[in-house]
Design a protein around this ligand. Structure first.
Ligand SMILES: Nc1ncnc2c1ncn2[C@@H]1O[C@H](COP(=O)(O)OP(=O)(O)OP(=O)(O)O)[C@@H](O)[C@H]1O
Length: 226
């Protein structure tokens, strides 16, 4: 197996006295794609925010490269690119200005590179238009342009495919596969029917109908049920 980046050990989370998941164990390794699945409200966003260090209401352990994540929090955050389910784009700013803001304090990137990244996500000609004048899919593409510049080894992407058209979905699928092939680790949630090979699956709320909020982890070809 390739190098483990992030490991979850016995994760458990409750919200408003309802258990979303428990006994969740998995490894996010370099060079892999992982999809977190489950019905609405099963806890996908919550799990991604926990993994990204944005939500601390859980029990269990998270390890970054084999050591407690919180003991290496700064290093962990430098190595993480998290894009939430809202694109997080400032409507009064242009795509270029938004990207500059998103990269502030992390990466020094020339404007020519930002422009190329926006062209790469299909926004040629829109780089200097205020984002409030862009469609939902175009705003999503502004946020996703960040992926074309990223040097972080771990991507956590919540509902990244939302509002994208057919070509946008295809392009993003290709990018994620290439990223994993080049040694990155990608964790995604989506309600889209993705065509990604060798994807690992973390299924939440698998037995929710029976009132038992179970979770299943399948590491591409190998399944662990809890
Ligand atoms: N800020 C919050 N405070 C309390 N409960 C919350 C909060 N945010 C979400 N929840 C609850 O946590 C549960 C899981 O929500 P979450 O957003 O993680 O689900 P999800 O699987 O991502 O859903 P969806 O597919 O609809 O995006 C839901 O029942 C929701 O009501």
């Amino acid at each position: 197996m390739s190098e483990p980046l992030l490991q979850a050990v016995d994760l458990q989370c409750e919200r408003d006295d309802r258990e979303l998941f428990r006994a969740l164990n998995f490894t996010i390794a370099a060079g892999t794609l992982t999809r977190v699945e489950g019905p609405n409200g099963s806890g996908k966003t919550t799990l991604l925010r926990i993994l990204a260090g944005l939500n601390d209401s859980f029990s269990g352990r998270l390890l970054w490269q084999g050591e407690p994540r919180d003991a290496r929090r700064e290093e962990f955050l430098r190595n993480l690119l998290y894009i939430g389910h809202r694109p997080g784009i400032k409507p009064l700013l242009t795509p270029i200005e938004n990207l500059r803001g998103l990269l502030a304090g992390r990466q020094q990137v020339a404007d020519t590179v930002l422009r190329q990244a926006l062209e790469g996500t299909g926004l040629a000609g829109y780089q200097d238009v205020p984002c409030r004048n862009l469609s939902a899919g175009q705003q999503r593409r502004v946020a996703l342009a960040r992926l074309l510049i990223s040097d972080e080894p771990l991507w956590i992407l919540d509902e990244a495919f939302t509002a994208l058209d057919f070509h946008g979905v295809e392009g993003l699928e290709r990018l994620l596969v290439e990223r994993a092939a080049n040694g990155g680790a990608v964790v995604v949630t989506t309600h889209h029917d993705l065509r990604l090979p060798d994807i690992h699956r973390i299924v939440l709320g698998a037995t929710a109908v029976a009132g038992d909020h179970g979770a299943t982890c399948q590491q591409a070809g190998e399944a662990h049920a809890h």
